[in-house]
Design a protein around this ligand. Structure first.
Ligand code: ZN
Length: 58
């Protein structure tokens, strides 16, 4: 799994399927968002698409 440098979305592709930014294998932490509209954490990190996200990406 790799994480998008911009939106932190986790993917196995070479580019983020959401924002088309570069991805990195150097990420930590896992955030699973099932219901972005109701999740306080998702609001805080501005996630509006459900999926798996990294907490930090370098
Ligand atoms: Zn992205």
């Amino acid at each position: 799994m790799k994480a998008c440098l911009k939106c932190k979305y986790l993917t196995d592709k070479d580019r983020c399927p959401i924002c088309n930014s570069e991805v990195s294998e150097n990420w930590r932490g896992l955030l699973i968002v099932l219901d972005p509209l109701r999740s306080e954490i998702a609001k805080k990190v501005k996630i509006d698409i459900k999926g798996k996200y990294a907490l930090s990406v370098k």
